[in-house]
Design a protein around this ligand. Structure first.
Ligand code: AMP
Ligand code: ZN
Length: 456
């Protein structure tokens, strides 16, 4: 299995630390708002990575953190804590905000058929581990105190910035950043003190003063706790390369004198026109927005699979609609097939080559469609192989039942009632009946030829 390693800038053969086992750490959401579909692109990419590892018979331990403290509105360690900001926005406590958006996030993962991580781990549940790590860094001379916090001294680490290949250019660009009392522009907060003039909701005692952890330290502390150091694969969105992951590496490697992770994988951005989709701007689209437009979250997943994870993807409504049509077409074909029997070895071989070539899902989808159109294999044989492919795609193909065009009497009765409501122009009644039918596992479509009902 080959994967592109941001650290070496090469596509490399993947070799796990322990035979047959893989430890994966994925940076999770900052739970101060809903995830937007750009964020969700990153989690789908990580899910595909994990499913491909499983397809290759690895046992995967997948850890995802929940950032519920310490992520400031500005990457340069200034600005407000996003959690406290979210709490003010909604008139709730930061703890309530964290709980609400964590639940919403998990629901999004489920809707997108993302296999849940082995463990979600919250930053606020691991404050002691973070303080211990900062103590080690202090003992080893990597930490210094200012009036607003404890900072990591990046000048003490000769290979600081190796992940992003940070050179003079970036450092010059960084010079525009507010230095405050920092010794070097790239130094970053390990611990921030609670502001004297402001009551924070989330704060803890530490050897340096009351406050809260910096954003990066949580991932160093929690990855070591659950996966050890080094572990196999660390992943996240591409924006994490120059700051967050660079600083995770700095802390973990300075503290323990060994690499943090062997492979670093990064998913490219989802764009809206020229801009990246961001939680702070008004081009913010959630999975709920898609669902409200009758778009199936799995159609969004299908759209994502059509672009390689290391390529930028421009969001458009017409693209999701086309993906939804493509997915429905796929479901309709599979509906006509009987029980799986036999398998198509030649296609399975090609498929494995594609997914093991740095997660090439666009090529893997093309192989699936070639197989569908192949005149030689019978449908039942195609079905075995395509259901196997879907262990990676995760498009819910195993839930597609053979179309037994006769509807059960109870559904027919509801459809009849709904037709009557439509004739009477009683739209709210007709809408309620549609929801009732859908809840029973059937799709209702009003076409020029009349109402069509089929199994989901
Ligand atoms: P956050 O909740 O802001 O910490 O971000 C969660 C994840 O989404 C991180 O891995 C980010 O790198 C990723 N991310 C943020 N914006 C985008 C985007 N527009 N497209 C793809 N991934 C993104
Ligand atoms: Zn992280």
């Amino acid at each position: 299995m080959k994967i592109y390693n941001t650290l070496t800038r090469k596509t490399e053969e993947f070799k796990p630390i322990k035979n047959g086992r893989v430890g994966v750490y994925a940076c999770g959401p900052t739970v101060y708002n809903f995830a937007h579909i750009g964020n969700l692109r990153t989690y789908v990419f990580e899910d595909i990575l994990k499913r491909i590892l499983l397809y290759n018979d690895y046992k995967v331990k997948h850890i995802m953190n929940i950032t519920d403290v310490g992520h400031l509105t500005d990457d340069a360690d200034s600005g407000e804590d996003k959690m406290e900001k979210g709490a003010k926005r909604e008139g709730k406590t930061a703890w309530q905000i964290a709980k609400f958006y964590t639940t919403a996030f998990k629901k999004d993962l489920k809707d997108l058929n993302i296999v849940a991580p082995t463990k979600f781990t919250k930053a606020t549940d691991n404050i002691k581990e973070q303080i211990d790590l900062i103590k080690t860094l202090e003992k080893k001379g990597f930490a210094y105190k200012t009036t607003d916090g404890v900072y990591f001294d990046t000048s003490k680490l000769p290979d600081y910035g190796k992940l992003a290949n940070l050179k003079n250019q970036e450092l010059k660009a960084g010079a525009r950043v507010e230095m405050g009392e920092k010794k070097n522009i790239t130094d970053f907060a390990l611990w921030k003190f609670s502001p004297a003039d402001q009551k924070r909701q989330m704060e803890w005692l530490s050897p340096w003063g009351k406050g809260f952890p910096g954003w990066h330290i949580e991932c160093s502390a929690m990855s070591a706790k659950y996966l050890g150091q080094p572990f196999d694969i660390h992943c996240g969105g591409i924006d994490h390369v120059p700051v967050h992951h660079t600083n995770e590496i700095a802390q973990s490697e300075a503290a323990n004198d060994k690499p943090l992770a062997n492979y670093w994988l990064h998913g490219e951005f989802m764009l809206m026109g020229e801009d990246k989709m961001a939680k702070s701007s008004d081009n913010f689209i959630t999975l709920e927005t898609l669902k409200n437009k009758n778009l199936n979250p799995l159609a969004y997943r299908y759209l994502l699979l059509q672009t390689h994870y290391r390529k930028q993807l421009n969001f458009s409504w017409s693209a999701v609609e086309a993906a939804q049509n493509g997915l429905e077409h796929l479901y309709n074909i599979i509906k006509t097939w009987g029980r799986p029997k036999g398998n198509c070895e030649a296609y399975e071989k090609k498929f494995l080559e594609a997914i093991n070539n740095d997660l090439d899902t666009p090529a893997a989808l093309a192989i699936m469609w070639d197989l569908i159109k192949d005149p030689i294999y019978p449908p039942e044989t195609k079905k075995t192989t395509i259901l196997k492919f879907d262990k990676v795609f995760g498009l819910g193909l195993n839930k597609i039942k053979k179309d037994s065009s006769k509807l059960p009497a109870s559904i027919q009765k509801l459809v009849h009632k709904r037709n009557q409501a439509r004739t009477d122009k009683n739209w709210s009644e007709s809408d309620n009946l549609r929801k009732e039918i859908e809840a029973l596992g059937y799709i209702v479509k009003d076409t020029p030829e009349g109402t069509k009902v089929s199994k989901i």
